[in-house]
Design a protein around this ligand. Structure first.
Ligand SMILES: Cc1ncc(COP(=O)(O)O)c(C=O)c1O
Length: 458
């Protein structure tokens, strides 16, 4: 294990040379009270900020968001219906204004992306068009540890088409004793089911383990098998650099409330590869905002899909909900995914190094990192299994133990999240987290799990 400088001064020195450091001040950081006693923190105070490492769950509020929403409210108040054309950001083409920046974060051409709906809704809309099972080809492959909503969505699509999930749904499981999936096993499963496979639909970065799958290899394998390649980017977008167009993915969907910092339940996004955009044989669900804008207001009954991802839009966009997405994507354009990734690699490796160092100083390793050690197979999140020092070192960490550790971290002013049954997820987000945040987190972790930590009541 390489030596790591575990001094506070080292963390501060890294922050001092971080070219992205100024972006932190563009966000509102919850206070320590939000971690320690959230009920008391509902009104903002100007006290010390919490160490916020939960951007993988809900990203922080950009300072610019409030004024941008107020601008829309003002335009509505002052212009009424004229705002469609004359608002500062005209409402009629609002989604078109956003898509250039959205395309940058997913590696697509602007006409391949659209900001609309929410994630699970978009998954359904795109599966309605791209999952066309036949008696011969009906199977869907997902991760066994897929996010529940993805499982529900694919199962219900299978049932909706008159097939049986017990037969048509194939779940990818790690090898015994392993937490993450091996690319060769994924590809082998795809090859094995190639004659019956209709769709491969994985979370590009798994929500639980933080594993970033080999998207080019899996997309290529799906296509070799004659299947559609769809991706859920909830934990990937804004976290890792994506190249959806180049790898040839058929479709992808994402939410905007995690790394994209657009607020709880924010409007989501969707990608459809350009090879599908002019198709006349796509059995898609349709609404007037998917119609070619040139004839949309002719008000005829015929649906003429526009030759862009907009063809999947059903309704006119909710401006107040689109605004935070627009504001946030501007920040991403300014920061740039390449610079964000460069910082992310360093920040997450720093957290990993400090945790390894902590384990090495304890009588028995207490924190198991289940996220891949290979930086090319992960984004910023590390998923941690915790075993207190006084527990039997060979005992698997149980949910109560990990939950208790999570609660004790909160009392140290740390906001990370806990996922059942036994994972703590910590995500140092390069847009607003610092090396000092990571250092402070690992200090707290040491106090929470070290020899003097109180034994949790189970
Ligand atoms: C991987 C993944 N898929 C789907 C969802 C569900 O998203 P939504 O509630 O926005 O539909 C989430 C939410 O966190 C998620 O992490």
């Amino acid at each position: 294990m390489p030596m790591i400088d575990r001094s506070r001064e080292f963390a501060l020195a890294q922050d001092a040379i971080d070219p992205l450091a100024p972006f932190r001040s563009e966000f509102l950081l919850p206070s320590r009270t939000a971690a320690i006693d959230p009920a008391a923190a509902s009104r903002r105070t100007d006290e010390t900020p919490a160490v916020y490492l939960a951007g993988n769950s809900l990203g922080l509020q950009p300072r610019a968001t409030r004024a941008a929403i107020e601008q829309e409210l003002d335009d509505w108040a002052n212009l009424g219906v004229e705002g469609h054309l004359h608002a500062k950001h005209p409402w009629l083409p609002y989604h078109e204004e956003i898509r250039n920046d959205a395309a940058l974060v997913v590696g697509a051409s602007p006409h391949e992306v659209v900001v609309m709906n929410s994630l699970t809704v978009n998954l359904h809309l795109l599966m309605a068009a791209f999952y066309r099972p036949t008696p011969a080809r009906h199977a869907i492959i997902i991760e066994d540890a897929a996010f529940p909503s993805d499982s529900h969505a694919v199962q219900s699509q299978i049932v909706h088409r008159g097939f049986d999930p017990a037969i048509s749904l194939i779940r990818l499981k790690p090898r015994p004793g392993e937490h993450t999936l091996r690319t060769q096993d994924i590809v082998q499963t795809i090859d094995h089911h190639s004659s019956s496979l209709a769709l491969v639909m994985l979370g590009a970065v798994n929500y639980l383990t933080g594993q970033w799958f080999d998207m080019p290899a899996i997309t290529a394998a799906a296509h070799r098998a004659g299947a559609i390649s769809g991706w859920d980017l909830a934990h990937a977008v804004g976290n890792v650099p994506l190249a959806l167009h180049e790898i040839g993915a058929d479709f992808a969907c994402w939410c905007s409330y995690k790394y994209l910092n657009s607020g709880p339940g924010a409007i989501a996004g969707a990608f459809v590869h350009e090879r599908h955009l002019s198709r006349t044989d796509l059995p898609q669900f349709a609404g007037w905002w998917g119609n070619d804008p040139a004839t949309r207001f002719a008000m005829g009954p015929e649906f003429t899909p526009v030759h862009s991802a907009d063809r999947f839009q059903l309704s006119n966009p909710p401006i107040f909900s689109m605004t935070p997405v627009r504001v946030s994507l501007e920040l991403f354009r300014r920061a740039g995914m390449a610079r964000l990734r460069a910082k992310s690699l360093r920040l997450t490796a720093y957290m990993e190094g400090l945790i390894d160092d902590l384990n090495a100083r304890l009588a028995a390793p207490a924190v198991q990192i289940v996220t891949p050690r290979d930086p090319a197979q992960r984004g910023c999140q590390l998923s941690l299994l915790i075993t207190p020092d006084d527990a039997r070192p060979d005992a698997p960490p149980d949910a109560a133990t990990v939950k208790a550790a999570h609660e004790r971290l909160s009392r140290h002013g740390i906001i990370v999240d806990f996922r059942s049954p036994n994972i703590i997820r910590a995500a140092p987000v390069p847009l607003y987290n610092t090396f000092l945040d990571v250092w402070t987190f690992v200090q707290a972790l040491e106090q929470v799990i070290g020899p003097n930590a109180p034994v949790p009541h189970t």
